[in-house]
Design a protein around this ligand. Structure first.
Ligand code: ZN
Length: 504
């Protein structure tokens, strides 16, 4: 290993450690922070952001990258794969470095200030159902997003730049084609389900003690493979997963009358946590030890949450354990009623409450809106009307207020455009991986029935987790499944899961 490369790794790791400290403080803010300590925390976070920016934008990183790039004709690693590792690290570190140094400091601090003000404006506008009060903040965020793309040399395609930030290598034209095919397949399936007399029973879960819920989800997540010696789960308002390498912090929330919400959101976060725990620890802090983007991350959380945890095989193993923990609460719930509750399909206006079939339409709606906003086809002022029309067209529901329509999500208040498509791309990738791994290991279901998920996790570790950022999403999918990313498998999976339940 050359001295320049070693020096680069040390610099990257330093910036990474600062980033993980920020992450921990952010986690603590959501989980533990006393109510009157927020100002102090904001100052601590601002200081760390400054230190991280200086570390990640250290001019020596730029000089080392230039030196290593100049050597690219001569393999600098000890072995062929060593040379490949160097190539990946240099390529990805260059992207990160440019993103840090090409943005002027006053632009970055201005954007952070706007995001903070816009968050509060959004929360208030949502509470008061007053889109007009939030609109100027959205206008500014949109202008800054275009400006940022310009700084990075992508001013001609600002929305592609926004998408690429979350899913490297992805662009709006590719997503448009994928989503169009997905929508064409989803609409008839959802019409048929809507016309079905089969319905999940309402309000069948009451009085599930929180402590017992906590024990049950610990058993489930441990069996799926989460390593609690290198991570933990706590409670926050909205579930999330934070951290990397040897320290993964997941959160969940509990509702005595909705045990499935806590269970499934925990399994979702466990999928994120398993991915982070599976990244090569030795490469932590370098691109080889980092995740391959939001879409790939979501493919991992959704594979465990949906393909695995909504399956018959999963419930064959866990239902007796679930009943043992809650004998009285489940006494009147039949096995079929429980399984239907796990796989309930019903349209809702709210994305985060949506079932996994409708969920994709919520994303298609948001992508369509963002695409039009960036192209200038749609003005911010006309957003609520456009949202409501698309909601009616796609979900068959018209929001009764902007609170349950255009103002429902937090993302745009932070200027996070191009983020929503990741959720749906993740769904597609999850289903595609699912068909690949089941063809490879036909006994997977039988193993799940015995409560053994290790073969699936082992396969994901090798094929996805251990690759770090070596491949962009589309190339990763191509290499692992032998096919381009396609909605075909998501449609097939949804058909196979829901037709037997609703369409017999
Ligand atoms: Zn997620």
């Amino acid at each position: 290993m050359s001295a320049a490369y070693e020096r680069l790794l040390a610099k990257l790791k330093r910036a990474h450690h600062l980033c993980t400290v920020t992450g921990l403080l952010g986690w603590d803010e959501q989980v533990n922070l006393p109510p009157d300590s927020a100002d102090q925390r904001a100052e601590q976070m601002a200081l760390l952001a400054e230190l991280h920016h200086a570390a990640a934008g250290d001019p020596e990183i730029g000089a080392l990258l230039a030196e290593l790039e100049a050597q690219k004709c001569h393999p600098i690693g000890d072995t062929l794969s060593g040379a490949d590792d160097v190539r990946v690290v240099v390529r990805e570190a260059r992207k990160d470095y440019d993103r840090v140094v090409k943005l002027p400091a006053d632009f970055v601090s201005g954007k952070a200030r706007l995001a903070s003000a816009a968050y509060h404006a959004w929360a208030e506008a949502k509470a008061k159902n007053d889109f007009a009060a939030f609109a100027p903040f959205l206008e500014k965020h949109l202008a800054l997003a275009k400006q940022e793309a310009g700084y990075l040399g992508r001013g001609d395609r600002p929305y592609d730049y926004a998408i690429d930030k979350h899913d490297p290598g992805m662009d709006a034209a590719t997503i448009t084609a994928l989503f169009a095919e997905l929508k064409t397949g989803l609409v008839p399936l959802l019409r048929a389900i809507a016309a079905s007399p089969v319905r999940a029973k309402e309000n069948i879960f009451k009085g599930f003690p929180i402590e017992a819920q906590r024990e049950f989800l610990r058993e489930v997540t441990e069996r799926l493979g989460f390593n609690y010696r290198r991570g933990r789960i706590d409670v926050s308002l909205h579930p999330f997963c934070e951290g990397s390498g040897a320290d993964i912090r997941m959160t969940t929330r509990f509702d005595a009358d909705n045990p499935l919400d806590s269970l499934f959101s925990s399994i979702h976060e466990t999928g994120h946590g398993l991915y982070e725990q599976g990244l090569p620890l030795a490469a932590q802090g370098t691109p080889l030890g980092q995740n391959a983007g939001m879409g790939v991350h979501e493919s991992q959380s959704r594979l465990w949450e949906n393909q695995v945890a909504r399956s018959r095989a999963f419930w064959t193993f866990f239902e007796p354990r679930f009943r043992e923990k809650f004998p009285e609460q489940l006494a009147a719930v039949s096995p079929q009623e429980l399984y239907l509750a796990v796989n309930e399909v019903a349209p809702t206006l709210i994305r985060v409450d949506s079932d996994e079939v409708h969920y994709n339409l919520h994303i298609i709606l948001r992508f369509e809106i963002e695409r039009r906003l960036f192209s200038g086809e749609l003005a911010v002022a006309d957003l609520p009307a456009a949202w409501n029309a698309l909601s009616k067209e796609l979900l068959g529901l018209t929001p009764t207020s902007d609170k349950v329509g255009v103002l429902q999500d937090v993302h745009w208040s932070g200027g996070a455009f191009g983020y929503f498509p990741s959720y749906c791309l993740g769904n597609m990738m999850a289903a595609q991986l699912w068909f690949t791994v089941r063809a490879r290991f036909p006994d997977l279901d039988a193993e799940f029935v015995r409560g053994d998920f290790s073969r699936l996790l082992g396969w994901l570790r090798t094929e996805i987790h251990e690759q770090g950022r070596r491949y962009e999403m589309r190339e990763l999918v191509r290499r692992v499944t032998g096919e381009e990313l396609t909605p075909k498998y998501l449609l097939r999976y949804l058909q196979e899961r829901y037709a037997p339940l609703y369409l017999q």
